[in-house]
Ligand binder design. Structure first.
Ligand SMILES: [Zn+2]
Length: 258
């Protein structure tokens, strides 16, 4: 049964210091269900931004809100039923990835165990309000299995293609990339391991300062960048992109049938 991948930009950031950023979410469309990978900002964020996100975070980051940009409204615009989103995979739990969760209260949330533990222990970077609807949560701990040499935690979602969380720690305690794997094609979505792909080539890029400042553990962040660079070098045909890079979104923003 074919699965279609839709690329949705569900975040508008106009950062005062670092320019524009997107929120590159993916929607996997299968016959009877939808799976969302990261959620962007949600309807409640758009309706009550100050209450949900806080003025300070909004101004510091440069968030802008538009109901039509939420995953829920974009799914409706595709002629699909948001009620069919059964599962949501999160790279990590920063607010620009979790805002849309409440728009799919029925969906099971899949996240690394390390990330959920950090969230539960009250790290101030997270917004507990984004999970206050208490969605079902499935966490994934370390495994010995690998994908192209990287640890890969198979997600408990029965879907073609196979989905895996791949630890790329550093940005947050349990930040992971997501592998979408079929016999024919593999996509490696690296979340916020980098903000801009340019960081891989140019460690002095200005956005590196922001990445360093926002990193929970900067040494692990640099390790993760190294893993991605090695993977690209060894597998030049692999499709790799992150969450925030506008140029990558423009490049991959097309429907793809797997
Ligand atoms: Zn982010």
């Amino acid at each position: 049964m074919a699965t279609t991948i839709h690329h949705l930009n569900c975040v508008d950031i106009q950062s005062p210091g670092y320019g524009a950023a997107v929120g590159h979410c993916m929607l996997l469309e299968h016959t009877d269900r939808l799976v969302l990978i990261d959620t962007g900002t949600g309807l409640l964020d758009a309706a009550r931004p100050d209450e949900r996100m806080g003025r300070q975070l909004i101004e510091l980051t440069g968030f802008r809100f538009d109901e039509q940009q939420t995953a829920k409204r974009q799914i409706e615009a595709l002629g699909l039923d948001p009620g069919k989103v059964t599962d949501i995979v999160l790279s990590h739990l920063d607010p620009d990835h979790t805002g849309g969760l409440a728009d799919f209260p029925q969906a099971t949330v899949h996240v690394s165990e390390e990330e959920y533990e950090a969230f539960k222990h009250g790290n101030l970077r997270y917004l507990p309000a984004h999970l206050s609807h208490q969605p079902p949560i499935r966490t994934y701990a370390a495994v010995p299995d690998t994908w192209l040499g990287l640890e890969a935690r198979r997600l408990d979602i029965s879907l073609e293609p196979d989905l895996f969380l791949v630890p790329l720690f550093g940005h947050t305690a349990g930040h992971c990339g997501v592998v979408i794997s079929t016999p024919g094609i593999s996509i490696f979505y690296v979340g916020d391991a980098y903000y801009l792909r340019e960081e891989l080539r140019n460690p002095r890029h200005p956005v590196t300062n922001l990445a360093r400042m926002r990193a929970e553990n900067d040494n692990l962040r640099l390790d993760s960048l190294g893993k991605i660079s090695k993977l690209i070098y060894e597998n030049p045909a692999l499709v790799i992109f992150g969450y925030h890079d506008p140029a990558e979104f423009a490049k991959f923003n097309q429907r793809k049938v797997l």
